[in-house]
Write a protein that binds this ligand. Structure first.
Ligand code: F6R
Length: 357
């Protein structure tokens, strides 16, 4: 029931702090210890390479998770689109371990990969929102995303749950002496941070109406580097699927290799700037677009903010910033769809659970 909400999507965006708190309560103790089956951790520990397989928004969550498995757990990790990996499997490492990310647990492309993985005798873990779904049942292990039913076709809280649960797994696999922060504390702070963003809805409604709703806006760009590039892909997908604005998410450094040609007077370019190492470079790339007439909007963490920035995010661990930076992009997509008088929850041509290959 969507209660006071006009659309499920808005309700689900608002639920994100609760989803994080629920995952924290389920998987972490107060002092940051992990509550997970030892067998899962042992298998992941023993693996020499993690293969994350998913589609759409779940794939984008995997792009964020992979960075944590590599940078926190020192585990080589690759992320694959299920629809590609199913028919063109890469050369695998000696001891591979597979993670399937799927809100529905029924995505046909991911099921196809899992079937191949099972036939080859490899072990796997599914992270899904639907217990007893096919991917839940057929993987070696499964853990619930605990996001609660996601009704809107556009996935929001499941993405946040997938990133959070991967963070918990990566943290569990990491050498405790190397971890300079308490994940329980970090995630609790992030839940508060997301609450402050969803309380700022009017800001995003206004920006969407100014930049993205006008009929003269035919395309838009999200740019960023590192984890921000991964969020840019998700931000663009969300905008495309519910507002029908042609959008691209781009690794900011790639713009100059061709795509810059698309920038015209007034083209919205939204820059995500949360990564200390590359913040200056992204600003440089953004200036290259504004010099060609682009209309910029910056979403920046507090520590990296400069005068004139448009939306300031609270500071969190750099690899966890996707959990906060994605929220403004969800709201921008929502208000663009609303402003264009579209059915936010049921975009044309799409289904919630994709059971065809
Ligand atoms: C986008 C969206 C889709 C799904 C994709 C995978 O908002 O919802 O891109 O993420 O179809 O679905 P699941 O996660 O159910 O495997």
């Amino acid at each position: 029931d969507k209660g006071i909400y006009p659309y499920y999507m808005l309700k689900e965006v608002d639920e994100q702090p609760v989803v994080i708190r629920r995952l924290v309560a389920r998987y972490l103790t107060d002092d940051g210890q992990i509550k997970l089956g030892q067998a899962i951790l042992d298998e992941m520990e023993a693996a020499d390479h993690i293969y994350i397989v998913a589609a759409g928004t779940s794939y984008h969550a995997g792009l964020v998770g992979a960075r944590m498995f590599e940078q926190w757990s020192n585990k080589p990790t690759s992320v694959y689109l299920a629809s590609e990996f199913a028919y063109e499997q890469s050369i695998l490492s000696q001891k591979p371990f597979f993670i399937f990310l799927s809100q529905s647990g029924e995505t046909a492309d991911s099921r196809e990969v899992l079937q191949n993985v099972n036939e080859q005798g490899f072990h796997s873990l599914t992270l899904t929102n639907v217990e007893k779904s096919t991917l839940w049942r057929e993987a070696t292990y499964a853990l619930p995303l605990m996001a609660g039913p996601e009704i809107a076709v556009a996935s929001t809280k499941a993405y946040v749950a997938q990133v959070t649960l991967q963070a918990i797994l990566a943290y569990a696999l990491a050498d405790a002496n190397q971890m300079t922060f308490n994940l329980h504390e970090q995630l609790s702070e992030i839940a508060v941070a997301i609450q402050s963003i969803v309380d700022d809805k009017a800001v995003f409604e206004k920006v969407a109406n100014q930049m993205l709703v006008p009929e003269t806006t035919h395309s838009a760009f999200y740019i960023g580097r590192g984890a921000d590039a991964a969020v840019a892909l998700e931000a663009a997908l969300k905008l495309k699927e519910i507002s029908y604005v042609q959008a691209e998410g781009f690794a900011a450094g790639e713009l100059k290799h061709g795509t810059l040609a698309l920038i015209e007077e007034g083209t919205p370019v939204i820059a995500l700037i949360t990564q200390p190492k590359t913040a200056g470079l992204v600003r440089g790339n953004l200036s290259e677009t504004t010099a060609r007439g682009a209309r910029p909007f910056t979403i920046v963490t507090k520590a990296l903010a400069q005068t004139g920035d448009d939306y300031i995010l609270p500071d969190v661990n750099p690899l966890l910033t996707p959990l906060v930076s994605v929220v403004p992009t969800q709201l921008l997509a929502y208000y663009t769809s609303l402003g264009r008088h579209l059915d936010v929850d049921r975009p044309r041509n799409l289904a919630k659970s994709v059971t065809v290959q």
